[in-house]
Write a protein that binds this ligand. Sequence first.
Ligand code: HEC
Length: 480
Amino acid sequence: MRVQLKNAPFMRWFDKRTGIFHLTDEALDEPIPGGARWAYIFGSGLLYILLSQIVTGIFLAMYYVASADHAHTTVEYIVKQVTAGSFLRSLHSYGSSAMIVTLVVHMGQTYFFGSYKGRREILWLSGLVLFAMIIGMAFTGYLLPWDQKAYFATAVGTNIAGEVPFIGEWIKELMRGGTEMGTLTLSRFFVAHVFLIPACMFAFVGAHIFLFRKAGSAGPISEDPIEPKQKTEQFYPKQVIMDVVFATVLVGTLGLLSYLSPVDLGPKANPADTSFLPRPEWYYLPIFQWLKYWNGASAIIGIVIIPGIIAAFLVALPFMDRKLERRPWKRPVTSFSFAIVICALIFLGWQSGHEDASDPAVAKQLAKQSEETAAFMKAPFVPELSGGTLVAQNAALADPQAALGKKIFGDNSCDGCHGENAEGTDKAPKLIGVSAKFDHDKLVALLKSPTKKMLDGGMDPVDLPDDQFNQLLAYLTSLK
Ligand code: HEC
């Protein structure tokens, strides 16, 4: 098929001007020592998830408003009103978990099978930077919905940063945009999540892939990572097919999860709530648990010294470990330390859940919190009123009929009694949710011949040409 494409006149014309054939040859004919393997799918899997996060993220950003007053309403609007909004938000949220899982497998594999060896120091380092950025993406994204758990988990997260000696308070204020958490915090997290980190990530993903191609695939563990001796196979088609199969499995799994069990949204953050118990996303639980063991004067050991040693070890690894031996059983120290870290993470995560379950007061509060979330998810969407503007309702007015109807609502001084945004005044009740109260015909009848009470309240029968009447009706119906 590739050969046929290359002979097409347009492709030849295009190639003369862009050199595209050279590029695709370079990309697809990458030799893999020892041949294609399922073990190699995780790197490209990460690339695929990144793509999915970008697409779903752009969608979310179209509705999202990064302010403490409106963020939560806009996310609620996405979840409850927008077509497939909850599904796409769930894809983005589950995607972040999938990213962490795949990342740990990819990194663990590189570490365990010594694929960082043989002139791959910079490749490894660029991977570490990407690791840090993904952790940063998970942290900054978590706050954006501005619900109770987002707010309190981030309060904990930023407080931890504050424990770092000397510069901790400064880092904390830098992250929060002040001493307290509010709109400035949200807009900083938003900028980091949407512009700053992604921009750096693109650069590092590019560098990472370039460096990987430069060094070449390290091949199986029996292979010499500098001068491969085994028979090679080209990246295309077998490895490409394996990568695509994995991407398809990811699409299927994430899609199914998002469909069957959409991610929920809790009630809006209430900073005055002192009883709320924050619990981070599952992949942060081991760290959350770890930090519980280090209080007061020893905090610096748990927050700075030990993580610092681990980070320094990871950075120094490809420089210290110069032997080209890659078989795990011949590298007991690296293999053993790997096993210890994985076991410790699993244990800490388990311990965190276990402690919550075995303390009745905590378990009760956590159950109460999930009930509140469930109740909030069931409640209908109510447009938020603040300073006379209905944030989400303006979004609802994306319906042009309803938008025209709102104008008629004003022109006929309905707003004089029912309020500018039909939120109600002391002269007349709110009309938000009126379409749930009366069916279409009943509403028409009410408007054309108001009840005695309405007439007594000073409301005249509505007498408008049909098209205007229907627009007014569309507006009233949009007031959910
Ligand atoms: C002079 C004040 C006034 C004006 C102007 C007015 N209304 Fe009303 N309206 C009322 C009062 C008072 C009631 C509620 C009477 C009652 O308690 O049942 C009401 C009730 C309603 C209801 C029924 C709500 C419910 O929940 O029972 C609808 C619908 C309504 N108005 C629509 C409109 C529209 C549309 C306009 C503009 C064409 C308008 N009103 C203009 C005073 C007003």
